[in-house]
Design a protein around this ligand. Structure first.
Ligand SMILES: *Cc1c(COP(=O)(O)O)cnc(C)c1O
Length: 488
């Protein structure tokens, strides 16, 4: 375990300053002495190389996608090509002040414009805003647009239908937008949303339904095969269909959401189009809409007028307004554009094939070892195991297996989500893993299955090969200690 810098502290000095050539500043002249510290401040004292090595060692304790597979279901933690970073850090981009007038920021505006055009092509939608800075903010943008659409017709629709497999941000979004979410059960229907269930909700709530929020493929990694029928049913009462596009990695280049009746959707640029999003961001939740919703998009918008790019405010009485300062997380736009342009449409198609192939290979091999899937339907880019039987038979929980995976040098998958699968293990290998990388991951699961049966204490006590062992997660959350304190 790496010590804190204050614990490593010695009498070294990490810098040398020139001799003072101005009168010394006397702090006591400026600040009343009763406010001044009596004893010396205890700061770490280290030489330059000791300081550097300390932080380098700390950085190496982190798990990251550059180190190994990061199969965190729903998050699409794919490898981020280094050219993305190089271009996003280009001085001509990072030194561009956000208040620079349009005529002097044509390059940056053209990137926003071009990326928006590509996202229109990929989704089959008619207009795009890159303002939202995360998937969740894209959801809020989309639901506010739907709400304003109904309001503009003099209607006050309050109900948003959301399947029980949805990401927690979906119902949170509905609430934040001032609407009420109604959960639709999918457990009894094999994990997919049935048109029949939507019909029932329409019978019950009729034109109080503002729309549906659906993730396709859903968080079980299953394609919503009745989506087309579902959209048609909802459109009959002019309810809108929102798609949470976090799982676009399974469709990109092959299927446009506009084809199955989506009215508004978000992309997680930081998932589908690479870009790092560990540690909470930054991200970009670009929103795409069909023509009838375009006037409700946030302002300002980037338009191309007589060959020049301009930030314009239009449809002010319809626009939901600004959702982010300036024009969102511009660095993310550069990364996504580089990624898409580098791959082209053929490459993007290949991304979704590979992500589905990798997930199915992994699923099949893990099933052969004895792990069970939560729902039997074919998988797209991810799949969800249930460790319920293992828990019942051997007393080993999903959490124990996840901790043991750490000992094998891998990042564990998402656990206990989606909520409709008991002891859930949600695995998304992404397109960026090779067969040999998947095979080494499978090997760990094979060993762990043996340990579950023969030496379960290895799992209960895991992890043991990590810098710190098993944490009391409840205590860590309730008694947060992020500050060093000199005990004596
Ligand atoms: C990641 C994710 C979100 C939220 O996106 P953020 O960019 O993290 O805000 C919403 N829904 C699903 C299914 C997701 O996987």
């Amino acid at each position: 375990m790496e010590k804190l810098s204050i614990e490593l502290s010695n009498d070294s000095i990490g810098f040398s300053l020139n001799k003072l050539d101005v009168p010394e500043f006397n702090i006591e002249d400026k600040i009343p002495s009763k406010l001044l510290r009596k004893s010396k401040l205890n700061l770490p004292q280290l030489s330059e190389n000791e300081t550097f090595r300390h932080f380098l060692r700390l950085s190496q304790l982190n798990y990251n996608i550059d180190k190994n597979i990061y199969p965190l279901g729903s998050c699409t933690m794919k490898y981020n090509p280094k050219i993305n970073e190089e271009l996003a850090r280009h001085p001509k981009f990072i030194n561009l002040h956000p208040h620079t007038p349009d005529e002097f920021s044509q390059g940056a505006l053209s990137i926003i414009y071009e990326l928006s055009e590509l996202l229109k092509e990929i989704s089959g939608m008619d207009a795009v805003s890159l303002q939202p800075s995360a998937g969740s903010q894209g959801e809020l943008t989309g639901i506010l647009i739907i709400s304003k659409y109904h309001n503009s017709k003099g209607e006050k629709r309050k109900i948003v239908l959301i399947p029980d497999s949805a990401h927690g941000t979906n119902p949170a979004t509905a609430t934040l937008a001032g609407l009420n979410s109604v959960e639709i059960k999918t457990v009894e229907t094999g994990g997919i949303l049935k048109a029949k269930s939507i019909k029932n909700e329409i019978d019950k709530y009729g034109e109080n339904i503002a729309g549906l929020m659906i993730t396709n493929p859903n968080t079980l990694g299953i394609f919503e095969e009745e989506i087309y029928e579902i959209s048609n049913l909802l459109h009959k009462i002019d309810a809108q269909v929102y798609m949470d596009g976090a799982n676009m990695n399974a469709l990109v280049g092959n299927l446009k959401p506009s084809k199955f009746g989506i009215d508004v959707m978000h992309f997680n640029l930081h998932k589908t189009f690479s870009t790092p999003h560990g540690g909470g961001g930054p991200g970009s939740g670009a929103v795409a809409v069909k023509k009838h919703l375009a006037k409700f998009l946030p302002n300002p918008r980037v338009k191309k007028i007589d060959g020049k790019y301009k930030l314009v405010y239009e449809d002010q009485e319809y626009s939901i307004g600004r959702i982010h300062s300036f024009y969102g997380n511009f660095g993310m736009h550069i990364r996504a554009l580089v990624y898409i342009r580098m791959l082209s449409s053929e490459g993007l198609k290949f991304i979704s094939y590979l992500s589905v192939l990798n997930a199915n290979y992994l699923r099949k091999r893990l099933e052969e070892i004895g792990y069970k899937v939560g729902f039997e339907k074919p998988s797209m880019h991810e799949f969800v195991l249930t460790l319920k039987d293992i828990k019942n038979k051997y007393g080993i929980k999903a959490l124990d297996v996840a901790k043991r995976i750490l000992d094998y040098g891998f990042h564990p998958p998402t656990i206990y989500f989606p909520l409709i699968v008991e002891e859930a293990f949600m695995i998304e290998p992404t397109d960026s893993e090779s067969k040999s990388s998947l095979d080494s991951y499978i090997k760990a699961y094979e060993n762990i299955m043996k340990e579950i049966k023969e030496e379960p204490s290895l799992l209960i006590n895991a992890p043991v090969n990590t810098p710190i062992g098993r944490l009391d997660e409840a205590k860590a959350a309730k008694e947060l200690k992020v500050k060093w304190q000199d005990i004596d």
